[in-house]
Design a protein around this ligand. Structure first.
Ligand SMILES: [Zn+2]
Length: 351
């Protein structure tokens, strides 16, 4: 009898160990990464499908991307960067270009940024955000998390600041970067102009430089590198619901990222879910942001050691030049139309 009981107990033990092991099996990609780098390019839309982008191709070609991921319905910067960083939709977080510039917020606010969740999980983590458009650092990222907020007034200065920051020996858990000159080119010259299409080529070069700076410090071995846009551009700029404005690139590279085209339901705000997942942080309950099922696999893959950045002649237009007089007049009308249309669309959507 004693023998039977012993065998029975052993059986129970084996079965329970098996079920614990089964329950503990983690989702692909969960906690696989020590660092997450998010490079945001304002107004880039899906233009990497239209212009040469050697850095993008070298970094993401063997991993996961979609040129035309979805954006928020309102294709304005604050609404989209807000969702990309908080994992909720634009109505829930309520950020607008104006209110970001007026008010700061701390961690007592609702709809926390991913920096908040990372700080909660990792009290000593190095966290940093580089902006050309400083409204993101001012109004979205909480003031009391110890996130280093670095603002620069041109994109090349952002890239240089990142290089210096890494050269100083800083090793961030989470880095967010926002480049702004693509959107600037669209507002100045029109979103389908030659000048606008020059700007993504320059942005591609900077993305390559930033990647190389990170890789040269040996960080890409255990890092997830993400590229995302907030919205695209039409002739008048953005804010409406054309296909160009409502498409945004989303691309992810890292050692457990599959080589796959992301599905049609991929959304730019999925960046928040992807970043927390990669760092091993549970998804907050209010997130509608999600990790695309096809993104991560179990097979380890090698990321590029460095990439060869573009050497094309990008001097056809100085993007910081004033536009011609005629363009200034059209810009004024388009801006007025765009402001009224954006206001009406936002208002109609919130009633
Ligand atoms: Zn924008």
């Amino acid at each position: 009898m004693k023998k039977v009981i012993t065998i029975f107990l052993c059986l129970v033990l084996v079965l329970s160990c098996g079920s614990v092991a089964f329950a503990a099996e983690k989702a692909p990609g969960f906690g696989d990464y020590d660092h997450v780098f998010i490079i945001g390019v304002d107004g880039l839309g899906a233009t990497f499908s239209q212009v040469e982008s050697p850095s993008f191709d070298a970094i993401f070609g063997a991993f996961a991307y979609r040129y035309d991921a979805q954006t928020e319905k309102v294709t304005v910067s604050a609404q989209n960067w807000g969702s990309i960083l908080t994992g909720v939709d634009y109505k829930t977080h309520g950020f607008t270009n104006s209110n970001l510039k007026i008010r700061e917020r701390d961690s007592s606010s609702k709809n926390h940024s991913i920096f908040y969740y990372t700080r909660q999980a990792m009290p000593d983590a190095e966290l940093v955000s580089f902006n050309n458009w400083d409204a993101i650092n001012h109004g979205i990222i909480e003031t009391d998390l110890g996130v280093k907020k670095i603002n620069c007034d041109t994109d090349p200065k952002v890239a240089e600041a990142i290089e210096s920051y890494l050269d100083e020996g800083n090793v961030p858990k989470l880095m967010f970067v926002q480049l702004d000159s693509v959107d600037h080119a669209a507002h100045t010259h029109g979103g389908l102009s030659d000048e606008y299409l020059t700007a993504p080529r320059r942005a591609d070069t900077l993305v390559g430089s930033i990647y190389n700076a990170i890789a040269s410090h040996g960080l890409m071995k255990n890092s997830l590198f993400i590229l995302v846009a907030d919205h695209g551009e039409a002739w008048h700029g953005h804010g409406g619901r054309t296909r160009e404005e409502s498409s945004a690139v989303l691309a992810v590279a890292g050692k457990t990222v599959n080589q796959v085209q992301l599905g049609i339901d991929a959304h730019n705000r999925d960046v928040s879910a992807i970043a927390l997942h990669a760092l091993g942080i549970k998804q907050p309950s209010q997130f509608i942001s999600k990790v695309p099922a096809e993104l991560f696999g179990k097979t380890k893959r090698t990321v590029p050691k460095t990439v060869t950045i573009g050497t094309g002649d990008f001097t056809t237009a100085d993007l910081d030049d004033d536009p011609p007089f005629g363009r200034k007049i059209t810009n004024a009308f388009e801006l007025a139309f765009h402001t009224v249309a954006s206001f009406l669309l936002t208002w109609m959507d919130q009633i």
